[in-house]
Design a binder for this molecule. Structure first.
Ligand SMILES: [Fe+2]
Ligand SMILES: [Fe+2]
Length: 202
């Protein structure tokens, strides 16, 4: 908790993780991440309604998925180790991807989210994982639809088209897009590889 004390000084916690996380990000000078997270939260809610799972859980996971953006890249490895997070070789080599695991810990310890389904969906929102839950898929897909970069995502049409047939198909449309470019990725996270091969074998 002390690790995060510098980030919570001007934040008033109401107990509503959606409201609190938005203000937490804004108070820490991350208005773009705050807006991205709000859009992901809304999209996750929409997808939850379409695919029949808990809308509130989806909304909370979406709001908190990038909450660790307050920790700069060059501190993510040391912070993760201090939090006793299991750091994989690929994550040590490219600490940006550690943000999904740090966000999970912050959601739990700072925003008091205890629901494991929500915490797990936050933890794999960048890479997915093998045997993903419906909520894992929803947060993963919502984050890709409402991406945090300028312009229209190059994979968006294909993803949306595949979503018409199923949530899994939508998620894997994006994974296949990434896989085609995997030589350009800094590292291939093993969870992403597992999700990819699991789908290819089907
Ligand atoms: Fe993220
Ligand atoms: Fe995100």
């Amino acid at each position: 908790m002390n690790l995060f004390s510098e980030f919570i000084q001007n934040v008033h916690f109401t107990g509503d993780p959606i409201f609190d996380s938005y203000h937490f990000l804004r108070n820490n000078q991350l208005p773009l991440v705050a807006d991205h997270s709000r859009r992901v939260s809304e999209e996750a809610n929409r997808l939850a309604r379409v695919f029949g799972t808990g809308e509130k859980k989806a909304e909370i996971a979406g709001a908190l998925h990038d909450i660790s953006a307050v920790i700069p890249n060059n501190q993510r490895l040391s912070v993760a180790r201090e939090l006793t997070i299991d750091v994989l070789e690929e994550e040590a080599a490219f600490p940006m991807i550690l943000h999904q695991k740090i966000s999970k810990v912050m959601a739990r310890d700072l925003f008091h989210v205890t629901d494991l389904e929500i915490l797990n969906a936050i933890e794999c929102h960048t890479t997915l994982r093998s045997h993903p839950s419906v909520l894992d898929l929803i947060v993963f897909v919502a984050d890709k639809i409402e991406w945090d970069q300028q312009g229209i995502p190059p994979y968006l049409d294909e993803l949306k088209q595949q979503l018409q047939s199923s949530l899994e198909a939508g998620a894997y449309a994006y994974i296949h897009y990434l896989w085609k470019r995997k030589d350009k990725l800094k590292v291939v996270h093993p969870w992403l590889a597992e999700a990819y091969f699991e789908n290819v074998r089907r």
